[in-house]
Design a protein around this ligand. Structure first.
Ligand code: GLA
Ligand code: ZN
Length: 666
């Protein structure tokens, strides 16, 4: 997709006098920066009034960057509304969860179903493409910015009713899907449908009286914003047929079904902002998820070179940390490294957000020097890693419908949060350097040896067949408590949990206990060893499966907590309670062994080791994220580090944040 690793980031010269631009060009060149993302929030500047467009400043910016040979990432500017538009057409602003119509303010603030917003957004995107689309320096289009949030205005209500009509055709079908007999909420007219916010069936933002309705509303909002994206994309395409078009996503952001979105994007890009205490495994999982959206390399559209401003505690990145984090990003599939931002704001709420050029305005800073070092290295790395791929045999299911539905449940436990559950399973594979793909529920499963589907609460049509087929042919499936419970409308699969997975898992879950913080049970294995378990406890009966561990306490002591079922040529592990780390690794070790999957390197090590396969060789990215030094694994001794050209030696140590990229012919 790109000829080189794009290295740069958000650049807002419009916020600065011209002398600063010239200085910037020198600083950036010396730092080997080769790309700039412009025009992200400039709508009010390039369209100062309804009938007036003024591209003079943007022309100058584009000319300057083109002259200097930059790869320009051109944003469409629709991430923040101009004040005049909201004043003249109040419908372009959003109505919030409490039902308050917003006046002008903030960003990411347009109602996705406002026809006026749609008209203006499509128009500006087209105008930009018409003007700049033939410039060969435009490397990528960046539509809007971090789509997100939701709206509950009358236009959204009307559009929701149309969306529902298309989906359900009849009110009978809709009433049945949402189980509206409950509390006598039956609707007899499409106009009786009210949005599930605080004025309707919503309960304090995250909960709802009717999950079927609320999940549909999330699907609808995700689709509405996706329509906004498609509309701008199509406007661009009228004038520029080739340049890739993206929008910057946000990892595990809850509001949008990114698997659906990715199908419409030429390349996935995302913004990575871990906090000081975010585990590296969580960062890696998000990268793998972003790669998984299209099963292709992605762009790192934003990361801070030093610190954030909007987190609770915005610690500095330690020396070497930004570099290590950048290589981790490439290791997991990125083909670009871009920062927010190139020059630090003078005012407003991001003035404490890190940037390549700090308020001191010089290149004599630690952060600049680290950016410069990385720039030099990436330039030397050239294009060799671009487009290289992962060959994972472990698939972990991630599904936005499940994310929404699981977290809407009223009961059994408020501590059941989707991403945290998935992360526990990911961490096992990460710690042992297995290559993992994060996959959608409708993925082609053939290429995987093991599929892990934790809290697969909502089992939609076709999934049961796909999973049965996968296991039948020899695959290993791991699933857990709170799986197979509801259908796509959040109505329970009747006949006993885990519903459609019951035959596959060979168990029947009769009841689900919830344990409060501090309470726990135990899983007792056949060898009498015990591990802790908690959160929820499935009380289950074997229906063909074999029990691997039983509860140690309470009135259900002796009932199975962990089971394994032979199904066709494969196996299904069912985990009935949240196991502690030891219990979980014991379980997943067994499952991985059954599946015959192996990690990227056979040796156990505290280092993060990932592999990208290029045409005639592989690149092993070896990174030390721990405080303690770690030795290079024996199997990687004698390999060439493409960053230094040196061969690794036996006993060589990596300190915290050290990185090696080893080229291996295989
Ligand atoms: C987001 C936005 C940027 C900026 C950064 C700050 O990712 O896209 O405009 O606000 O956050 O971290
Ligand atoms: Zn709206």
């Amino acid at each position: 997709m790109f000829q080189r690793i794009l290295y740069g980031g958000d650049y807002n010269p419009n916020q600065w006098p011209r002398e600063v631009w010239e200085q910037d060009m020198r600083y950036f060149k010396n730092a080997h920066i080769n790309s700039a993302t412009v025009n992200v929030f400039s709508w009010a500047k390039i369209q100062p009034a309804e009938e007036i467009y003024d591209f003079s400043e943007l022309d100058d910016i584009v000319d300057m960057l083109s002259r200097e040979g930059y790869d320009i990432v051109m944003a469409t500017s629709t991430g923040a509304l101009p004040a005049w538009m909201v004043k003249r057409y109040p419908e372009v602003a959003r109505t919030d969860y409490e039902g308050r119509a917003h006046k002008f303010g903030h960003r990411h603030n347009a109602c996705p179903n406002s026809p006026v917003f749609q008209k203006f957004a499509a128009k500006i995107a087209g105008k930009l493409a018409e003007r700049y689309g033939s410039n060969p320096h435009i490397a990528c289009w960046h539509v809007s910015n971090e789509y997100g949030g939701e709206c509950y205005c009358e236009n959204c209500a009307k559009a929701f009713r149309v969306w529902l009509r298309e989906k359900y055709k009849t009110l009978e079908a809709l009433n049945a899907a949402w189980n509206m007999e409950f509390w006598g909420h039956i609707v007899y007219d499409w106009d009786e449908i009210v949005l599930p916010n605080a004025l309707g069936d919503g309960i304090g933002w995250e909960k709802t009286a009717f999950a079927g309705m609320s999940v549909d509303y999330r699907r609808f909002i995700s689709d509405s914003m996706l329509d906004n994206f498609k509309m701008e994309r199509d406007s661009i395409r009228k004038f520029d047929r080739e340049t890739p078009i993206t929008t910057n996503l946000m990892g595990t952001y809850k509001g949008l079904d990114y698997f659906k979105w990715a199908k419409e994007m030429d390349i996935v890009s995302w913004d990575n902002y871990p906090a000081y205490d975010t585990p590296w495994s969580s960062v890696a999982m998000r990268h793998d998820l972003m790669r998984g959206l299209k099963g292709q390399p992605f762009m790192l559209m934003e990361q801070t070179p030093s610190q954030q401003n909007w987190q609770a505690y915005n610690s500095l990145k330690r020396p070497g940390q930004m570099r290590a984090q950048s290589y981790q990003t490439i290791a997991h599939g990125a083909d670009t490294i871009q920062f927010f931002q190139l020059r630090r704001s003078k005012g407003a709420c991001e003035k404490f957000h890190g940037a390549v050029i700090a308020h001191a305005g010089t290149d004599r800073t630690r952060v600049y020097r680290e950016v410069e070092q990385l720039g030099r290295e990436l330039e030397a790395l050239g294009n060799r890693t671009l487009g290289s791929v992962h060959d994972s045999r472990v698939g972990i299911v991630f599904d936005w419908d499940n994310y929404w539905a699981l977290e809407y449940t009223s009961g059994p436990s408020v501590r059941l949060t989707y991403v945290e559950q998935i992360e526990q399973y990911y961490r096992f594979f990460y710690d042992r350097n297995y290559s993992v793909d994060m996959i959608p529920v409708d993925a082609a499963l053939d290429r995987y040896k093991i599929v892990v589907a934790p809290v697969l609460y909502m089992v939609k049509e076709g999934m049961r067949e796909a999973l049965e087929d996968f296991v039948q042919k020899g695959g290993v499936l791991v699933t857990t408590y709170m799986s197979g419970i509801v259908d796509q409308s959040d109505n329970v699969h009747l006949g006993g949990y885990p519903g459609p997975l019951r035959k596959l898992a060979g168990v029947w879950v009769e009841e689900i206990d919830a344990l409060a913080p501090g309470q726990y049970n135990e899983a007792v294995f056949a060898d009498k060893s015990r591990v802790k378990c908690g959160l929820v406890c499935d009380l289950m009966h074997l229906e063909g499966a074999q029990s691997l561990a039983e509860y140690g306490n309470d009135f259900y002591a002796g009932m199975p907590v962990l089971t394994k079922n032979a199904f066709g040529k494969g196996f299904v592990y069912y985990v009935g309670s949240e196991l502690d780390a030891e219990g979980l690794s014991r379980t997943l070790r067994m499952a991985a062994e059954d599946a015959g999957v192996s990690p990227v390197i056979p040796e156990e090590t505290g280092l993060e080791v990932s592999r990208r396969r290029a045409k005639d060789c592989s690149y092993y990215f070896v990174i030390n994220f721990r405080k303690e030094e770690a030795e290079i694994p024996a199997c990687l001794v004698g390999k060439t580090d493409v960053l230094t050209g040196r061969q690794t030696e036996a006993g060589e140590k990596l300190s915290q944040y050290d990185v090696k990229i080893l080229q291996v012919k295989e």
